[in-house]
Ligand binder design. Structure first.
Ligand code: CA
Length: 225
């Protein structure tokens, strides 16, 4: 999934970025309030991690603007000060959760997983289609009980498809939710990834799960009985 980290402290931003990249997410970083606000509104993020203490415009003001503009993307606040009033103000301004600094990377990852789950129809940490099961905590994918080896990008595409099971996803949507800001939307590359992913799944499970909708995109569906 695609995540924006708005944090000016480079060490914290890169710690968060590394933790999320290990979970196969695409991550962009904004270094101040106005840049974060602009990117949040321009790109299709699945989650925004927003620090409260930011140069030029603070996190609370950014959050208020985003919600006023109607952006519904979940926001996880990072709060430096251990003050109840900051957290209350943040939650009241439309944040979905908060994490006090310093934080444990394991807790950050768990909160991100919880927020991404809350957004999708599926509240479980297991995603599935047919006999394919993805464990979003351990990152293991199994087909009929057998481990399926996927690259990080293949995993990310499959996760996005599974979170939107039954829904048509265009190449543009896949590009936006799986790749970061620097991807120049090479749709041929998406086709290549989908083909490879489909081959792996069909070799292991002998079922067609990922379907191409001509001139539109892709959908993952339960196999027909
Ligand atoms: Ca900061």
């Amino acid at each position: 999934m695609r995540i924006l980290v708005i944090e000016d402290e480079k060490e914290v931003a890169s710690l968060v970025q590394r933790a999320l990249l290990q979970e196969s997410h695409a991550v962009d970083v904004a270094e101040d309030g106005p840049q974060g606000e602009e990117m949040s509104l321009a790109e299709a993020y699945d989650l925004i991690i927003l620090d409260l203490m930011l140069p030029k415009k603070n996190g609370l003001a950014v959050l208020k603007t985003l919600r006023r503009e109607g952006l519904a993307t979940p926001v996880l606040l990072l709060t430096a000060r251990d003050e109840v009033s900051d957290r209350v103000a943040g939650l009241d301004a439309g944040a979905d959760d908060y994490l006090g600094k310093p934080f444990a990377v394991a807790e950050l990852r768990a909160r991100v997983r919880a927020l991404l789950r809350r957004q999708s129809d599926n509240k479980a940490s297991l995603l599935s289609a047919g006999d394919l099961v993805m464990d979003t905590v351990s990152h293991e994918v199994r087909i009929g009980g057998n481990h399926l080896e996927l690259t990080s990008r293949e995993y990310a595409i499959l996760e996005y498809l599974l979170r939107n099971k039954g829904r048509l996803l265009t190449k543009g949507m896949i590009a936006e939710h799986v790749w970061d800001y620097h991807f120049d939307s090479d749709f041929n590359l998406i086709e290549v990834y989908i083909r490879r992913l489909r081959q792996k799944i069909e070799q292991a499970g002998r079922q067609r799960l990922i379907h191409t909708v001509r001139n539109s995109g892709y959908v993952i569906r339960e196999p027909e009985a």
